[in-house]
Design a protein around this ligand. Structure first.
Ligand SMILES: [Zn+2]
Length: 128
């Protein structure tokens, strides 16, 4: 197989792996939220506050208001952590599970091809 075809296939595999990790996470979240709607509420509020914070930083520099926003976000994160603890769920449950934690299944680290990618590429191109 030609090298550039291998490159394309590998990157497609990475894309699939990365997407699968995100889909799995979404499914886990939905299952969790239907069990504990309070968590969904917190998640939605965090999302809204995140947007407000971003807009605020761009818009002006009233630091008191920004501190309030950040405090609110911290409070919600603690609330979420407590809820998860009560449900006996690890916080990693709400993070994507990648096969490779270095490149998060993208094949890249800091804009360079990741080690796992280079390894996979070699296993496909070295002939014995
Ligand atoms: Zn990797």
């Amino acid at each position: 197989m030609e090298n550039n075809i291998i490159v394309k296939e590998l990157l497609k595999d990475y894309e699939k792996k990365h997407q699968k990790a995100l889909t799995d996470l979404e499914n886990r979240k939905q299952a969790l939220y239907s069990k504990c709607p309070e968590l969904l509420e917190i998640e939605n509020r965090l999302h809204t506050l995140g947007i407000s914070t971003a807009k605020f930083i761009l818009g002006n520099n009233n630091s008191t208001h920004l501190t309030n926003l950040k405090n609110e976000i911290e409070k919600l994160k603690i609330e979420r952590a407590n809820l998860l603890k009560k449900l006996n769920i690890d916080e990693n449950y709400l993070k994507p599970t990648y096969e490779c934690n270095i490149c998060n299944d993208t094949g890249y680290t800091y804009r360079e091809l990741s080690n796992c990618y280079v390894f996979l590429f070699k296993t496909k191109t070295i002939r014995y």
